[in-house]
Design a protein around this ligand. Sequence first.
Ligand code: AFP
Length: 314
Amino acid sequence: MTVVDSTPLQIDLRRHLRECDEDRDLTRLICEIADASKYIIHAIRTGELGMAGTSNLYGEQQLALDVLSDRIIIKRLRHSGVVANLVSEETSEIVPIDPENDDKFSVAFDPLDGSSLVDVNLAVGTIVSIYKGRNLLQAGRNQVAAMYILYGPRTTLVYSTGKGVHEFGMNSLMEYTLNYENMRLAGPARIYSPGGLRSKYTPGTEKFVRNLEVNGTKLRYSGGFVPDINQVLIKRGGIFMYPHLADAPNGKLRLLFELNPMAYLIEQAGGAASDGRRRILDIEPDCVDLCAPVFIGTQETVTMAEQCLREEEG
Ligand code: AFP
């Protein structure tokens, strides 16, 4: 690490990608999304919190912030020159940019996940999944990169292109500079984030949660997927779950926009992500709005979840 006048030289996002010898177009794409986050930060801090009067592809009422964040990212991606197709949790279908070009990238993203938490001043985030080529309906194991930006007390960005998971923090100049490189989960899960109504848990999930509690694992749940996953990553261990429920066999979280990118990042950190029976990244989507149950985090804890489900539910 080069030291200049006794302070370590800050490695910014673009330099880190260059030093990892990353594809130039992929570098451009990741940096465009990082730049878009600066406008989203401004929107969160100052924007109105009302409803947009529209709904997303899941039929959920959209906040004005959802729509604004979506437009900010789509505008940057549209003019980046490196995108073939894109789809967002807030749009109802795939948006063609250069739709037949297999030399460009396709992007699935949730522009402001957890947006309903903004009005209670809790942390929210942007989640991004990147594929090479024009096809967005492919298993998550084929992603070439994934990233998230967490808008919390500090703004941080986490990305991986398959060479480890790295965290950057936004400095006073609104530049992202390296905090941690090649983060790895280690040791047993010390925290767990149980999404969904406990009264709707199936016997296998209920047994799993009881095991966690007996082991002294602490409950940490914010209602935001990005901060909850980020806590598992930065604490180097833990598990997040949004399981299949008695009245929701596919859980709640979206495969393309939430589960695939986070599963990619957590696996790159040595963790695991399962729907309770199979690897999240092996699920072959037949539509953009597919949901799936999820157990994601420390590998041995995900394995324990799968075992509880097998024992109790077959
Ligand atoms: P919103 O984006 O509608 O706020 O939902 C956030 C989310 O998709 C994900 O970020 C959370 O982990 C999950 O929902 C929380 O769901 P519950 O509110 O049912 O716990």
